[in-house]
Design a protein around this ligand. Structure first.
Ligand SMILES: [Zn+2]
Ligand SMILES: [Zn+2]
Length: 310
């Protein structure tokens, strides 16, 4: 089958599943998991606000962040992004078959009790998320994409989805390695993993006042993730890369949790150069790959923003 034929089949299958899932709300349905978590974290922001100077709906960037949730979790599928990704996986597996590696399974995890399977998968997936996030900061050209997430000057629950779609091209292959080598069927743990993983990522961006203390040493929370977004980066490539468990930051020396420094200013050093519109952010990484962003003269709007900052 040609690339296009495989893509078409996946696209139709994904689209049908999407329509079918939208019509059937269920606890393990990702299209309902996300709105449920959004609503819960939104209520959390209303009841436990971190900054009293803005209500959740009035937060600068709130509506754009909400659009990012819709774009990332719904529209990308309809634009064929996931069908494209599945097609690449299909040909990759075929390629492995072609060179005689029909099954790259290192260990068949299905032979273990459910809870052990879940813990292993969860810890490995979480490490891959950590690694992907670390690479987005450490590798120069990947940082240009991840910078979109960091150019937010305020954070709220929906800010977690305010990132460039191309980041999936980093995370997807890393997670795919875990799926492939442990003989894990794609759907088996996805729902539970989504509930836990997404709850933590939405919660970590929440504009809430928590006093998490010991919790911060094991799990991510807004207290530590805010420092990940600090404009003045505490370490050269950043700190607190965790998406759920903070053990990886402890292990590799990136855990940062000052309890006496108040709140960091959020954003990136050259904030005035960051585009405000969704489309501007969509093309920014590609443009900056081919130009020396820092040497480009400031536009009028950017100069105004710079003046405002002073
Ligand atoms: Zn980051
Ligand atoms: Zn973040």
């Amino acid at each position: 089958m040609s690339f296009f034929e495989v893509f078409k089949q996946y696209f139709v299958a994904f689209k049908d599943a999407f329509v079918q899932q939208l019509a059937n709300p269920a606890w393990d349905n990702p299209f309902y998991i996300i709105p449920t978590i959004c609503l819960t974290t939104f209520i959390l922001e209303l009841t436990l606000p971190r900054k009293r100077d803005y209500a959740p709906l009035k937060r600068k960037g709130f509506w754009q962040d909400l659009f990012y949730v819709i774009f990332t979790d719904y529209l990308l599928l309809l634009f064929g992004f996931w069908a494209f990704s599945a097609t690449i996986e299909y040909f990759f597996r075929n390629g492995l078959d072609g060179i005689g590696i029909s099954s790259p399974v290192i260990y068949d995890i299905k032979t273990l009790p459910f809870i052990i399977q879940f813990l292993i998968i969860f810890i490995l997936m979480d490490f891959m998320q950590w690694l992907g996030h670390f690479l987005l900061h450490r590798v120069n050209f990947l940082w240009k994409f991840h910078k979109i997430h960091h150019a937010q000057e305020t954070l709220g629950f929906a800010s977690t989805r305010h990132f460039h779609w191309a980041e999936f091209l980093v995370f997807k292959p890393l997670l795919f390695i875990v799926f492939l080598t442990l003989n894990l069927g794609a759907n088996e743990f996805v729902a539970i993993y989504l509930w836990v993983g997404l709850t933590f990522t939405f919660f970590s961006h929440c504009n809430v006042k928590v006093n998490a203390k010991w919790f911060n040493y094991i799990f991510i929370s807004p207290e530590t993730h805010y420092w990940h977004h600090a404009k003045k980066v505490p370490q050269r490539y950043g700190v607190n890369f965790a998406s759920t468990l903070t053990i990886w930051d402890h292990l590799f020396g990136y855990f940062y949790y000052p309890q006496d420094k108040g709140e960091p200013e959020l954003g990136v050093e050259d904030q005035e150069r960051m585009p405000r519109s969704f489309f501007g952010q969509f093309v920014y990484p590609f443009k900056s790959l081919f130009s020396r962003e820092k040497e480009r003269p400031l536009t009028r709007a950017e100069k105004r923003r710079m003046a405002k900052k002073k």
